[in-house]
Design a protein around this ligand. Structure first.
Ligand code: HEM
Ligand code: HEM
Ligand SMILES: [Fe+2]
Length: 463
């Protein structure tokens, strides 16, 4: 850790771990409900579980992005954060708003719009909170003597993500108009500006872990940003096929969204070739696994599985089925969960002065969670394709089909158990790291080996 204020990142990462566990619990509640065991229905009906599962996901990913930014920006700008205390206030406010929203879902206080279920009054609080975050990061960059491309792309991605939350708040009582704006948030986040955040964090980690020349890496970052916008903006059209918008979206959405995998393929090739060429052997090998793994899994989940149902002729059949859930799981995992976890694996030794990365548990966490997620994707895929055939080709009733495909959810539960084992190992590791250097854990004893040489020296890569 180069700067004192970077330690705030730890608290954001700890929040991620907590919310991630809760997200998984709600995943299992839905998995069992789909398998025919909906015993909690009266307390946690499916819609409440679903809204909680996806909102917790978005919340922990945002906390992860914020933590990553609070870690990366001081390092890239060579200065302390502008207002470190504000960062803590902003984290607490985020958690309070999030927890209120989640509790509200269980009492039917929600908007019923997929991914944007948070009630309007809380939306305003989210906006204020994110603006505080942007101001803190923005002022740190503004006051810095030096600004890197990586820092600027990260900032631009975060700023645009904040601004793009606003279209989702445009009031209307027209279902089509509401859906139209909803996709400005959901699609332009995950297939637009979040990709900038991911690209910037990838660039940062690759620079740190491989020692490849920053100039070369950052040049490619521009190319990837270019491709993302070229395809992703009009690619929004793949959500406008059947919602009551004009017919030209069939062509526009089909053509541009079919090009979207190129940006993800670019990132995968960029990460793999950089890792192979990397001259320096950074001792934190498992952080490199998460980094390259993220680029590869996001290509498979978002690029490949996204393409699989993006053409109008296919989407006509798969729209809104479990095929979407198949793609949603691996895309979110590969692109955004893995980039946050990569950042945590990289930053924890630096923050705490401990080196747990070469322990078998860290490698176990990586492989088990990834193999588990691949198996989950397959289970959703089999359920999804069966659903499409029975419901949309054979013409069976929706609920009759749901009953037919219950068996596939036992496969999902098994796969999710494997995945969860990996995540338990990850979180166990996180807890073993202890608190950031210099912070007191419970009693008066410093939690990390404060005597040890500064972590940056410990981790200096061997030539
Ligand atoms: C990391 C990037 C991505 C993530 C996290 C992601 C995630 C998701 C999620 C969660 C949904 C369901 C949304 C909803 O119904 O509210 C969805 C839908 C969809 N995604 Fe992606 N996606 C990504 C990239 C892509 C790409 C690159 C493509 C195309 C090449 C694509 C194609 C689609 C399509 C066509 C749908 C609509 C499915 C339907 O009609 O039900 N996605 N995506
Ligand atoms: C590990 C245990 C997990 C289980 C058992 C699980 C299960 C489920 C189930 C049953 C659904 C509802 C599908 C439906 O609408 O019928 C769902 C939705 C969703 N889950 Fe999970 N999940 C788990 C973990 C995760 C993780 C780790 C992520 C992201 C990295 C994730 C992302 C999503 C998303 C984005 C949706 C919405 C998909 C859509 O819009 O179609 N889940 N999950
Ligand atoms: Fe999309």
């Amino acid at each position: 850790m180069k700067y004192e204020s970077q330690r705030v990142a730890y608290w954001f990462f700890a929040t991620c771990m907590l919310l991630f566990v809760l997200q998984i619990v709600y995943g299992f509640i839905m998995g069992f409900a789909h398998a025919g065991f909906d015993g909690l229905h009266n307390v946690i009906p499916f819609h409440a579980a679903r809204a909680t599962h996806t909102n917790l996901l978005v919340m922990w990913l945002l906390a992860g992005f914020m933590g990553s930014a609070y870690y990366i920006i001081p390092d890239e700008c060579n200065r302390e954060l502008m207002w470190p205390k504000l960062a803590y206030v902003q984290l607490i406010a985020l958690v309070v708003v999030g927890v209120t929203a989640i509790i509200g879902f269980h009492f039917n206080w929600w908007e019923g719009r997929k991914f944007l279920e948070i009630p309007r009054p809380l939306d305003y609080l989210v906006v204020v909170d994110v603006l505080l975050f942007i101001a803190n990061i923005g002022m740190t960059i503004w006051k810095a003597a030096h600004r890197s491309t990586t820092a600027m792309v990260l900032f631009f991605g975060l700023l645009m993500a904040a601004l793009l939350y606003l279209p989702g708040m445009i009031p209307t009582d027209n279902q089509t108009v509401d859906s139209y704006w909803r996709w400005w948030v959901v699609h332009l986040w995950v297939e637009g500006v979040w990709e900038l955040i991911m690209g910037a964090i990838l660039a940062y980690l690759l620079i740190k872990l491989t020692g490849i020349d920053r100039e070369v890496l950052e040049k490619w970052l521009y190319v990837i940003v270019g491709f993302t916008f070229l395809s992703g903006i009009l690619g929004t059209g793949h959500h406008y096929y059947f919602i009551g918008t004009p017919r030209y979206w069939l062509i526009v959405g089909g053509v541009f969204s079919a090009l979207e995998p190129v940006a993800f393929l670019g990132m995968a090739i960029w990460a793999i070739s950089t890792a192979r060429k990397g001259g320096r052997q950074h001792p934190n090998r498992v952080a490199l696994s998460w980094t390259v793994g993220c680029a590869v899994m996001s290509f498979v989940g978002a690029g490949f599985l996204g393409f699989a149902h993006t053409l109008p002729g296919v989407n006509l059949y798969t729209h809104g089925t479990l095929v979407t859930a198949m793609h949603g799981h691996m895309a979110f995992w590969g692109a955004y969960a893995m980039i946050v976890l990569a950042m945590i694996v990289y930053a924890m030794p630096q923050l705490t002065g401990r080196k747990l990365y070469d322990k078998p548990r860290a490698v176990f966490a990586f492989w088990t969670s990834n193999i588990g997620m691949i198996a989950m994707t397959l289970a959703f895929g089999v359920a999804g394709v069966s659903q499409v055939v029975l419901e949309r080709r054979v013409g069976m009733d929706f609920l009759a089909v749901q009953h037919e495909i219950e068996v596939h959810f036992w496969g999902l539960i098994l796969a999710a158990s494997l995945f969860s084992l990996g995540i338990i190992a990850f979180i166990w590791d996180f807890m073993r790291y202890g608190l950031p250097v210099g912070e007191l854990s419970g009693g008066a004893k410093p939690s990390a080996d404060a005597e040890a040489p500064p972590p940056d020296q410990v981790l200096e890569p061997a030539e």
